[in-house]
Design a binder for this molecule. Structure first.
Ligand code: F58
Length: 826
């Protein structure tokens, strides 16, 4: 039935005009079921319903999307380009419904069609286009940029296979390929006409052109084409719909033809396969040398396509090349896109014909760099032979940047050659390597860390010489996460209570949650708060049961550690504590400890043996503990397989305790810690990354703190740390280690966990044993607080109430103010 918009109340009229009401949604879903899925309702599969709904929602984004793109082209605006090798965007349907404000209508529409919205949403394959925190941060920032109506484009790679799917077999991690595109992706619009060519290999040739200007030509051995694949990024209840543009690699047609003409058909096909391999798969970190070349090629590929796209947009806007940095600012998400420094220079010099000085000025003004790690083993460097073979012209430019830069250093510090070699873009100490963090720093007007502590340490350690040279370029922008996905969407029960208590405004202004403080001691409110948490725990218990077969009691304290598995994150510290608890409970069955359910989740890099062993250990402990009748109702251990954005939606809202126990100084920020906090979860944590600020905001009395400070860690490591001393001093710890080494948690096989135990007792690079006793003492304080529900609930409410700072909206405003010179706009 067609409704006449003029006869409706203004809001309803508007909704109907944009097709945002349940009636029109229902109509479109039915229409799409037939016209796109070629199905009628009686035989439609659940996936058909998902596709029909997803297309109906996408249609509702398109008008805003087109208008947003048009307004950026037409208006005098600065556009923030977020360059990231990873965008872990997660499932799109629910988020788009929330941001359009039509979740209730969609639920009603689907119900009328005999479908349950949650069941339909659960079918969506998630685009796992990232490893973890860094990729997810990029996705949160896109959400905030759109919500704050800031002109922005996300640029990255459209991987055909995202992060591997983690299966657990016999307790071990097994990697399976992620086939997220198998059933099609309704959110993506491919734009074959938006494509660029990217050079690889070959050599360079210098010449003087007709006007007598010196020019360098790069005669490439090989070219790959990048095609734009766009995904809309709808802001929360605003008209802005920004673009995430991911590049897919393809073979260059003319190359095929050339080969074909000389009869080399198979050569042409091979060329095609090689070209398409570029965007085939996301690299999990810690990959061996073999994957390195392809990874560098991926980085250059997406950076070059993105910068060429920006140049094309500049031209479309009718702006001269000199205005590049006024129109664009590109944020480098870690060093993965840092080749942009050389590539932008190349485009400006070789393609646009600018002089070095002007090109360098534009490059520096246009680029800014975010560092996400201080761990020396994670700082990217590329061996010169590999780099030269793949990118000969960018390498020449890097040499020239380095020559000019080191001249500047020498002028400032005459005779200080050790400083010159420390700061050089090329590490000459072993086999010569390019230091990408130095390249990104030298080429940027702003450099930032991702939490206050991290930014301080960045200035004092990894980039110390640079911070001394250019103190004004160094900033801190503490990370944030989007409350749309990580509160409104994933915790609808709590969201409703928040709406009723502080008004709906919290979703776009998270500081309004402060209004909850007044209710923290209100008994009736506390009861509602607990009821919501309990319902979320029951829901998680069901997911745990279906994923692992383990039955957990929702009344137990849900103690959760979900994140990538890494020694610095210290899942093994948590595991050691569980083993100690297990032994205590066996010895003293009457011990008055609250029932606990420990949940772990996270992937280990496929090549990281120790991390995989930690997963095996957790599963071994789980098997023993969960099958011991004496532990019934007291202790449960779960390893939740394949932790990803989708399962995170169920996990954060259901936790009681958030484990943030990395070695102080090692976790740049953490973002899971913020997602837990918003959902009223208490943190047990060290003074590391953003934990420091979480504790500051929550109040020290609402945070369970333990462990060495970053300076203690540094000093201990400098002066010589002896983990064995801690073993000798602590019987419980010694016995836990012995039990693990004995094979008790691996059906008596005593050799498997030996390397882990030996590593801990001999080296313990991340000081787990040094922090062990304090961690155990802190866990006792957790237990005591939990046994008093009113105290615990008050702390929980205050954590949510004070989580406002950790909204990605705040973080993006800071980037806008301090780094991009870009304000929210309509
Ligand atoms: C993470 N880095 C930091 N890297 O570890 C975390 O503290 C921080 O909160 C987060 O970034 C966001 O700032 C991270 O996730 C990666 O996943 C890299 C991906 C590419 C390969 C090397 C690891």
């Amino acid at each position: 039935m067609a409704t006449n918009p003029t006869t409706l109340a203004p809001r309803a009229a508007e909704a109907s005009r944009h097709g945002l009401d349940s009636e029109s949604l229902q109509r479109d879903v039915l229409e799409n079921l037939v016209s796109l899925q070629a199905r009628y309702p009686a035989i439609a599969t659940p996936h058909d319903w998902y596709m029909a709904l997803a297309y109906s929602v996408r249609d509702r984004l398109l008008v805003r999307w087109v208008e947003t793109v048009q307004s950026y082209a037409a208006r005098d605006v600065r556009i923030a380009c977020y360059l990231s090798a990873e965008f872990l965007i997660g499932p799109q349907l629910g988020n788009n419904l929330v941001n359009l404000g039509i979740e209730a209508d969609a639920r009603e529409a689907m119900l009328a069609l005999g479908q349950d919205l949650d069941a339909v949403m659960a079918l969506e394959e998630e685009p796992g286009l990232g490893n973890g925190g860094l990729g997810r941060l990029a996705a949160c920032y896109l959400d905030s940029l759109a919500t704050l109506e800031m002109p922005a484009i996300g640029y990255g790679i459209r991987y055909e296979f995202g992060i591997f799917r983690q299966a657990i077999r016999d307790g071990w991690q097994v990697e399976e390929t992620d086939k997220w595109l198998q059933k099609g992706n309704p959110w993506e619009i491919v734009r074959p006409e938006v494509a660029y060519y990217v050079n690889f290999g070959g050599h360079t040739h210098s010449e003087t052109d007709a006007e007598g200007r010196f020019r360098v030509r790069w005669i490439a051995a090989n070219q790959v084409k990048g095609v734009a694949c766009d995904t809309p990024v709808q802001g929360y209840r605003v008209e802005t719909c920004n673009t995430l543009r991911l590049w897919r690699s393809e073979a260059v047609e003319s190359f095929d033809l050339a080969d074909f003409n000389v009869g080399d058909y198979y050569g042409a096909v091979e060329q095609k396969v090689v070209s398409e391999t570029l965007s085939k798969v996301l690299y999990p970190n810690d990959e061996p040398e073999m994957g390195k070349r392809l990874r560098l090629a991926q980085q250059y590929f997406f950076v070059s396509c993105s910068l060429q796209d920006m140049l094309r947009l500049l031209q479309q806007k009718g702006e001269p090349i000199e205005r590049f940095a006024d129109v664009f600012v590109a944020q480098l998400n870690d060093t993965h896109p840092s080749i942009a420094v050389a590539e932008l220079m190349r485009l400006l010099l070789d393609e646009c014909g600018l002089q070095w000085g002007q090109a360098w000025d534009i490059t520096q003004r246009a680029l800014a760099y975010t560092n996400h790690t201080l761990l020396p083993e994670a700082l990217e460097t590329w061996g010169l032979p590999l780099f030269r073979g793949l990118l000969p012209r960018p390498l020449e430019i890097i040499y020239e940047i380095n020559r000019r830069f080191l001249d500047e250093v020498r002028q400032r510090h005459p005779g200080d050659e050790s400083r010159v070699s420390r700061m050089s873009l090329i590490d000459e100490s072993g086999d010569r390597r390019i230091r990408m963090a130095h390249l990104a720093t030298v080429g940027s007007h702003a450099i930032n860390g991702v939490a206050a502590l991290h930014s301080t340490l960045l200035r004092e350690t990894v980039l110390r010489d640079f911070a001394e040279l250019w103190p004004e370029r160094f900033h801190n922008v503490t990370n944030g996460v989007t409350p749309r996905r990580f509160l409104a969407l994933c915790n609808p029960g709590l969201a409703r209570l928040l709406d009723q208590t502080v008004g709906e405004g919290w979703i776009a202004d998270l500081t309004r949650l402060r209004g909850l403080e007044a209710h923290a001691d209100d008994e009736a409110f506390q009861q509602r708060w607990r009821a919501i948490k309990n319902a979320n725990k029951e829901a998680l218990a069901k997911h745990i049961h279906s994923a692992t077969g383990v039955a957990v009691d929702p009344r137990a304290l849900f103690d959760i550690q979900v994140k990538r598995i890494h020694e610095y994150k210290r899942q093994h510290l948590n595991a050691l504590y569980i083993v100690a608890l297990y032994q205590r409970l066996r010895r003293e069955p009457q011990l008055a400890l609250a029932p606990r359910c420990f949940v772990f989740g996270g992937k280990a890099a496929p090549g990281y043996a120790m991390a995989k062993l930690i997963i095996r250990l957790i599963n071994g402990i789980a098997e023993v503990v969960n099958n011991d009748p004496a532990m019934e109702g007291r202790l449960k251990v779960v390893f939740f397989p394949n932790f990803n954005v989708k399962s995170a939606h169920h996990i954060y809202p259901a936790a009681d305790l958030s484990e943030q126990i990395s070695t102080a100084g090692k976790e740049a920020s953490g973002t899971g810690n913020m997602k837990f906090m918003m959902n009223g979860v208490l943190t047990i944590g060290t003074l590391d990354g953003a934990n420091v600020e979480i504790r500051e905001e929550a109040g020290a009395e609402n945070f369970f703190l333990f462990g060495l400070h970053a300076q203690d860690v540094e000093r201990l490591q400098r002066e010589g740390y002896r983990p064995a001393d801690h073993v000798t001093a602590n019987d419980e710890l010694r016995e836990a280690l012995e039990l693990i080494a004995s094979g008790h948690f691996l059906r008596g096989q005593s050799d498997v966990f030996r390397p882990l135990v030996e590593n801990l007792t001999q080296w313990d690079h991340f000081l787990a044993l040094a922090d062990y006793a304090d961690y155990v003492a802190c866990q006792a304080r957790v237990d005591a607080a939990w046994q008093d529900p009113a105290t615990w609930t008050r702390m929980s409410i205050l954590n949510t109430a004070r989580s406002g700072k950790f909204s990605s909206d705040r973080a993006i405003r800071e980037y806008g103010d301090r780094i991009w010179g870009l304000a929210p706009m309509k």
